[in-house]
Ligand binder design. Sequence first.
Ligand SMILES: [Fe+2]
Ligand SMILES: [Fe+2]
Length: 286
Amino acid sequence: MERFDIDRFNKRCNSLSNVSNKNRNMAFDRFEWPKDIDENEWWYPRELLTVYGSDYYDENNIEQLIKLSKAEMVNQFSLNIHNERILINEILMQIENGNLSAEACDYLHHFVEEENQHMWYFNKFCRKYYGKVYGMKSASIGKSDFAEISNYLVFARIYIFEEVGDFINREVSKHQGVNELVRNINKAHIEEESRHISFGKAYLQHKGEELLATLKLESKDALKNSINSYMRLMVESSYNPSSYKDSGYSNCLKMRSDLIEFNDRNGRNKKFVQSPSKFFEKIGVI
Ligand SMILES: [Fe+2]
Ligand SMILES: [Fe+2]
């Protein structure tokens, strides 16, 4: 595999900053916000529903499935809001700690500006049409005594979360059966996230080469475990007992564990983290 040295990394940062500069799409006036949305519209494709294909999926109870499609889209938007807020804070700290190149810092300011707009439209949608944003369990990725590993994990976490989001955005945005505003929001998010993901991969490959050359075997294993656990956490966060409860299901904790197990067995859970898994394997980190 071709090496990703600092010059190549800085060049990637510069070109991403240029594209962000040229495509300054202010989200604040990008969408039409109707007064309300028809109750019978789907917000999340049925094939993406966590219940799809399981005993909890009942075609005859279409109203409940539509309710769940709203709740599960709002759950994904809510996860974006919480994760983006946490990650913006961490990125600003990384800029301040002085370990990044000037080129990387420049790009990360664009990154923060873009995430701020995403949080605005996700928040607006959830509160206007659903009346709330779901909470999120605190999601910390293992911190290490080694600053280099902790810093690496900050960017690993951002990258994993963005790849999972990108998979969902792409599935929702191409689904004709889903409400148009929901599709447009998912589509808008793909455009900027593809640059964030490109930055993440460049950073993780470049820093990964440096790290792997210096770490002892047990630290490499700890890094690998942290990354695998965060991918698992991202998969499991799609299963929210509160969204089951709001859609009229009962025994929601059991439902959650049944569905996680069901989708582990049929291989659906793996699809959400297929891209980051392949990437980390390719660069030798997991
Ligand atoms: Fe975003
Ligand atoms: Fe992002």
